[in-house]
Structure formats: structure tokens, C-alpha cells
Design a protein around this ligand. Structure first.
Ligand SMILES: NC(=O)c1ccc[n+]([C@@H]2O[C@H](COP(=O)([O-])OP(=O)(O)OC[C@H]3O[C@@H](n4cnc5c(N)ncnc54)[C@H](OP(=O)(O)O)[C@@H]3O)[C@@H](O)[C@H]2O)c1
Ligand SMILES: [Zn+2]
Ligand SMILES: [Zn+2]
Length: 333
């Protein structure tokens, strides 16, 4: 089969590799779509020290079961894998916190991922997709929509609260806006680019393009500030995100587009404003299942900037770096 193989740090090619073999408890899936994520760029730049080489890159996929050695799945089932493979037996897995599995392996990092025609996946990592959720939306659930769902749940988001989303045009941002709205929030979207603002406005209550966006957030909230900020960018917007929060506000930290930069956290500010900072990554199986149910009513529209065949992976990666892009890039193997 064809697959995108990273054979050493930063070096990759699309090549023929043997079909994956499955063991007891595994499922072989045909990849319908895989999705690109900013994380793929970071992985190819060497920011993931646990990468094994060679490895098939890609951690976001939707597929169809071809062969199953687990009674929970049958050929023809449409499924999404988690980003990681939980063992299903550790203390955290037993508590339903499989995102914290102590023996988890990571697709596209230390086990083969999904930029390929087929993939071997443990049944412990799979969730069935309801018929009402199309492939183009399902592929975005584990790493994007359910990950945000988990973050907003951990932030205790309440109906009617005000949520600021930074990096609003990004793959995570444009879907975070829609999910927060679907959960009953009033959403203020923050984007760098005025050109993208009108598109984003279809989904958000307000769109702010000012670099010093906290001033505008204050104006829009009677000088109180936002209840929650979903930070999908990182150091470039972090200071304004902190300033946007009300006393008792919560910051859900998701993005770190510049991993070499540090953010100088002012401890007094965090303490005196009673701020909660929540680092958030991955999603549990239960988050994925709950999110898929929530999407039944069409409340989140998948925003797909482009779809590329596997052989054009380099072009897809180039487009991921393009600042005019809005939304996610899909790969159709
Ligand atoms: N925690 C998790 O589980 C998780 C999951 C997926 C991704 N991530 C991380 O989340 C981040 C975003 O991922 P993504 O796939 O959404 O990437 P993306 O599609 O490239 O979106 C990032 C957005 O951030 C804004 N941005 C980028 N560089 C910026 C800069 N220098 N200054 C200000 N704004 C900038 C841009 O939005 P505007 O032009 O609209 O401002 C851009 O569209 C990455 O760090 C990624 O690794 C984390
Ligand atoms: Zn991802
Ligand atoms: Zn476990």
C-alpha cells in the first residue's frame, strides 16, 4: 500500500510499504480521509522527541473496517481512531480516562499513523461513527472537536457564558467557535487577518481583528471580560488572552505554534484574578462518543480548505503554511 513515511527527522516520502498485520484485539481499517494538523508540521520539525523512525505520519482519520479481530467491530463499520492507543487495562483506562493511559502509544509518532491507504488500530482506540455524521466531519472529531469539547467541559463552561477563541481561522479555531456556540456560549472570535473576518463572522457572534484584542473584549463585555478563552495560537496571543479574562476566568490552552518561545506568566495576576489555566490535549473515548452525538443535529459544519491525494502530500504541507487558508486540510489516500 502507499504511505507517507517519515524515515528520519524532517525527511519523508510517499512510498510502497507492506500491508499492516493485525493481531488479536486489532482492527484493519481502510482510511477514507486523514487530516493534516499543525502538529504534523511540528513533528516534521523535530519537536516530538518520542518520534520513532521510520513511522507513517498522521493522527487524524476516519475509516471503514476491513478486517476485525475484536468482537466489538465488523467489516463495513465506519470508525474514528483516538490519537493514541490506550492499553484498556491501566488504572486510568478503567476510570474512563484513557487519554491519560500510562501505556499509551501515539499514532504517527511512536506507532504507525494514518497517512496511508490502510492502518492497523487497536479496537481500544476505535469509536463507531453514526450514519448522520459524514466522513468530512468525523475525521475532525478526535483531535479537534472532541478535544475542544473535553477542554470546555474541564473549564466548566455554562450556557450563556462568553468564550473568546484565538486563531479563529485555523483548523482548531474555526471548529472551536462552532462547538462553543453549540454548547450555548456567546463567542468572540479573534483573527489576525481582516480578510478572513467576514467568513468567520458566519459562525461567531463577534469577530475581532485588533492585535490588542483584550480592549475590544472588555468593551464587548461591559468592562468585565470573558468567562473562557480558548487559546489555539500560543505565545503570539497569550498575553492578550490573559488580559481578556474576567476575574475567575478560565483559559483553555491548546495551541503552541511557536514552541521555542516562552511566555512569562505573572503569578500575581493569576492569583489575584483567580484564574484557572487548563492545558488540554487529546480526547477520551467518551468525549469522542459524546461529541459525535452532539454533532447529530448539524451544529458544527466541517470547514475544509482543500483535499489532496496522498501523492501530493508536499503540496498539502505547503498549503498548511499558507496564511490565507481557513480550516482543515484533508488527505484522501
Ligand atoms: N492540544 C491539542 O490537543 C491540539 C490539537 C490540535 C492542534 N493543536 C495545536 O493547536 C495549534 C493550532 O493548530 P491548527 O491545526 O489549528 O493550526 P492552523 O490551522 O495553522 O491554525 C492556527 C491559527 O493560529 C493563528 N496563528 C498562526 N500563527 C500565528 C502567529 N504567529 N500569530 C498569531 N496568530 C497565529 C492563525 O489564525 P488567524 O490567522 O485567524 O489569526 C492560524 O490559522 C498548533 O499549535 C497545534 O499544534 C493542539
Ligand atoms: Zn491533530
Ligand atoms: Zn491504560
Amino acid at each position: 500500500m502507499r504511505a507517507l513515511v517519515v524515515y528520519e527527522k524532517g525527511k519523508y516520502e510517499v512510498r510502497d510499504v507492506p500491508m499492516p498485520k493485525i493481531n488479536e484485539g486489532d482492527v484493519l481499517i481502510k482510511i477514507n480521509y486523514a487530516a493534516l494538523c499543525y502538529r504534523d508540521l511540528l513533528q516534521l520539525s523535530g519537536y516530538y522527541p518520542r518520534m520513532k523512525y521510520p513511522v507513517i505520519l498522521g493522527h487524524e482519520a476516519v475509516g471503514t473496517v476491513v478486517e476485525s479481530r475484536d468482537p466489538r467491530f465488523r467489516p463495513g463499520d465506519r470508525v474514528v481512531p483516538l490519537l493514541h492507543e490506550p492499553d484498556g487495562t491501566c488504572e486510568f483506562c478503567l476510570r474512563g480516562l484513557d487519554a491519560y493511559c500510562v501505556n499509551a502509544l501515539s499514532y504517527g509518532e511512536n506507532i504507525d499513523g494514518f497517512f496511508a491507504e490502510y492502518a492497523r488500530v487497536s479496537a481500544n482506540a476505535l469509536i463507531k461513527v453514526p450514519n448522520s455524521v459524514p466522513d468530512e466531519l468525523a475525521v475532525l472529531v478526535p483531535c479537534v472537536i472532541a478535544m475542544i469539547y473535553k477542554g470546555l467541559k474541564r473549564a466548566g463552561l455554562m450556557h450563556g457564558e462568553i468564550v473568546v477563541v484565538t486563531g479563529a481561522s485555523g483548523g482548531v479555531g474555526i471548529h472551536a467557535i462552532q462547538l462553543a456556540r453549540a454548547l450555548g456560549a456567546r463567542v468572540i472570535a479573534v483573527t489576525r487577518s481582516p480578510e478572513k473576518a467576514s467568513f468567520i463572522k458566519q459562525f461567531a457572534d463577534e469577530v475581532v481583528t485588533e492585535q490588542r484584542f483584550s480592549r475590544v473584549v472588555k468593551e464587548l463585555t461591559n468592562d468585565v471580560g470573558a468567562d473562557v478563552v480558548v487559546e489555539t495560537v500560543g505565545t503570539p496571543t497569550m498575553e492578550e488572552s490573559m488580559r481578556s479574562l474576567r476575574t475567575g476566568g478560565r483559559l483553555v490552552l491548546i495551541g503552541n505554534v511557536k514552541p521555542d518561545e516562552n511566555y512569562p506568566l505573572r503569578l500575581g495576576y493569576v492569583i489575584m484574578k483567580d484564574i484557572t489555566i487548563i492545558g488540554n490535549v487529546r480526547s477520551n473515548r467518551s468525549d469522542v462518543a459524546e461529541t459525535l452525538k452532539l454533532l447529530n443535529n448539524g451544529s458544527v459544519k466541517p470547514i475544509i480548505a482543500a483535499t489532496y491525494p496522498l501523492d501530493k502530500f508536499s503540496d498539502a504541507l505547503e498549503y498548511l503554511r499558507n496564511n490565507s487558508r481557513i480550516g482543515k486540510i484533508l488527505i484522501r489516500p
